[in-house]
Design a protein around this ligand. Structure first.
Ligand code: NAI
Length: 333
């Protein structure tokens, strides 16, 4: 695998956390070369394209993309670039690990949940129309093929990582055909993995159970919309969106990004927490066979969090992004 990666800088806090993460990667000796592109609304206003053609070409060549968040207008304007990227490159498996860190105190301890979110269909297929002036319709798509591959990935991961249980999350009591198909496929696939416990739960119950007793969950596999919402919930269990990384994997392409968005409320203030994006970069290093470097970075972050003196405001501290970044770099060994 090449050591050159494509980087999309995004907007809001995107540029700030990108600069922080690339600096740490360099100081940790990741040995990467970067092809960096500005993407999003500002790029559109400046050059007429949300993502420059060279950006797509670079990703198609390098096959690995580190992408910082991009703002999506609500209710109008262009469609989400995130959804577009996932569909265009069939990045069907969105993997979102939420693990408690003993240095970050929350009301919840020992949380270790990995969500496998189907990334290409469901209500996110973007098939919407106005049936008449007062009626909007969105179509939900669930296919056997897309369900099979994400569910299989979740079980394969459970086996590889020594996990015990996979929970299928759905709403098949109401959406009997679409969610019913997802659930049926789940149990079909589960028969190939007798060593892993398979269970299914309805999404509203899961939202409650995640808050009451999150330790009961291990690996969760679910559809696009439920996965999007529940993974923000799991980030809340471990200390917030600043701590939840993700990978988006497909056939031959891999995109790594934080779960959070562009956080316009804190953009350009220099206080964004780059940890989720940094841990996404660690997932990228592991994907590229650079697990030692990823482990070195994770250890440095753990040390800084454990010492507790240099924390960004979302974690109750007063440090700037730059101060936190420097503290991590000082602890790299
Ligand atoms: P958001 O995730 O940007 O922010 C939610 C809250 O969490 C805000 O209070 C924010 O300050 C805080 N937060 C998020 N990341 C943080 C970090 N690294 N450090 C400290 N605090 C952090 O969600 P919101 O406000 O709903 O969305 C803003 C924009 O981001 C929207 O346009 C949305 O469409 C877009 N978005 C983009 C994503 C992506 O590019 N993958 C994912 C989610 C949202």
């Amino acid at each position: 695998m090449s050591n050159t990666i494509t980087v999309f800088k995004g907007d809001g806090i995107g540029p700030e956390i990108t600069d922080a993460v690339l600096k740490i990667l360099d100081e940790a000796g990741a040995g990467l070369a970067y092809e960096i592109f500005s993407v999003g609304e500002a790029e559109f206003e400046a050059h007429g394209e949300l993502i420059p053609q060279e950006g797509f070409a670079s990703f198609e060549k390098n096959r690995v993309l580190l992408k910082s968040p991009i703002t999506t207008p609500v209710g109008k304007g262009f469609r989400s670039l995130n959804v577009m990227m996932r569909k265009k490159y069939d990045l069907y498996a969105n993997i979102r690990p939420a693990r408690s860190n003993s240095a970050v105190k929350t009301p919840f301890e020992n949380v270790d949940i990995v969500i496998f979110r189907e990334n290409t269909e469901d209500l996110y297929a973007g098939i919407e129309e106005m049936a008449d002036e007062d009626t909007a319709r969105s179509i939900k798509i669930i296919t056997r093929k897309c369900s099979q591959r994400i569910i299989k990935d979740a079980f394969d991961y459970a086996v590889r990582q020594g996990r015990k249980k996979v929970t299928c999350v759905h709403k098949a009591n109401i959406m009997k055909l679409s969610d019913g198909l997802f659930r049926d496929v789940f149990y079909e696939v589960s028969r190939e993995y007798p060593q892993i416990e398979a269970e299914d739960k309805i999404v509203d119950n899961v939202a409650m159970q995640l808050v009451m007793k999150p330790q009961q969950f291990d690996v969760i596999v679910t559809e696009n919309l439920y996965g999007d919402i529940l993974s923000d919930l799991t980030s809340g269990l471990i200390g917030g969106l600043g701590l939840l990384p993700s990978s988006n994997l497909g056939c031959g392409y891999a995109m790594f990004e934080a779960v959070h968005g562009s956080a316009p409320d804190i953009a350009k203030k220099g206080i964004a927490n780059p940890t989720a994006f940094l841990w996404s970069a660690c997932m990228m290093l592991e994907h590229m066979g650079k697990s030692d470097c990823a482990a070195r970075i994770r250890k440095a972050v753990d040390q800084v969090l454990a010492e507790g003196t240099v924390k960004t405001p979302d974690l109750g501290g007063r440090a700037t992004t730059a101060e936190y970044t420097e503290a991590i770099i000082r602890r790299l060994c």
